[in-house]
Design a protein around this ligand. Sequence first.
Ligand code: S3P
Length: 437
Amino acid sequence: MSESIKVSPLKKISGELAVPGDKSISHRAAILAGLSDGPCFVENFLPSEDCVNTLRAMGQLGIRYEIENGTEDHPINLTIHGCHGQLEAPKKELDCGNSGTGMRLLAGVLAAQEFDSVLIGDESLSSRPMGRIITPLAEMGAQFETKGKKPGCAPLHITGGTLSPITYEMPMASAQVKSAVLLAGMFAPDKTTVIQPAINRDHTERMLNSFGVKVRTEGNTISVYGGQKVRARDLVVPGDISSAAFWIVAAACVPGSRLLMTNVGLNPTRTALLDVLVRMGALIKDHVHHNDGGEARGNIEVIGRQLKGTEIKPEEIPNLIDEVPILAVAGALAEGRMTIRNAAELRVKETDRIETTTENLRLMGADVHEFEDGMIIEGGQNLKGAPLDSFGDHRIAMAFTIAGLLAKEGSTTIANTACVATSYPNFSEHLKEISQR
Ligand code: S3P
């Protein structure tokens, strides 16, 4: 992995941006449109490596798709021809690249197929825990073997078959685990139920409902009946709020900034970052202008102010889990203390994000105390430019690019930034646009 990003401090962050499509929704669109009973036109698919890997995996399972706008490697608008739930056995391994979402959601579908399959990934994905999906899917009747260097890690060999429904109480608030079980439950008889310890992103439930598969949510209990038809439909993917988050935080922290993010997903299970920033003193207004397929999207307007630290509530963590690295940057710049605890899940993301965030913040001069489940940042210090590493993690690369823009002095170089292409392929262009304003 090579490439690097170099940035210098900016006085303010202004302008208007539309980030590319939502990563979570794009993965699910590739899978559900592929399983549906006809052609689905998907608009604003995220043309990133992660989502393209899921789309190609569906292609290897017999799904045809035509790219109407974009390229083979960067599909934006496409028609996916559903297979009426009849997938074909893949001729070789399915490569999920860097994506935990791709691997765990596909595993849920593959657990129910009458053929064997093997899911592989890159070095980072091959060290992330798969036991969390193997436990419930094996209870439903599928067989798994993990052949990775680390126990319980990919390559993931799946022997699928006829599944039985289960009621599964998830030990962690993971949308990937919930989704794997619900997708498998679509193929099992009767009712499959997942009980989650806390609310987390609900794109799978919303998209299943919009494809005609009734999913019932009562508090933290989510159920699906198997054997329902997946009805083809067209959908528009909203912009990814987790990508918008970098610019939102950048503008929110710097007095004099004024930023408009357009066409962003505003699903309430993804917007905890906005609530936290408002609590820190930011001026943020969001305005929903569409609500199709059950997913709200609209604009977010940000006006920069001096922020103050806050304590992130335990129930907020799952709904801003991907935004913690950039929120920690905001914490370092805010007055007072920022407390982020109950976030041990960060240790099993693309990198151990507690460690990688702490290390980079310290290199920039911030005062950070690391805990097993989070960090406390003593804010109010000026960040200084420094040579940093992304450690191959896209969100670390982007969060610290922003930290470099917000530093008081010195330039910042982030090494190993090719990983940004997994979620935000035109990040560098947007960085250039923002920097020239
Ligand atoms: C995702 C769920 C989250 C999140 C990831 C995307 C999804 O992971 O961190 O980036 O699309 O379901 P967990 O479900 O493991 O918390």
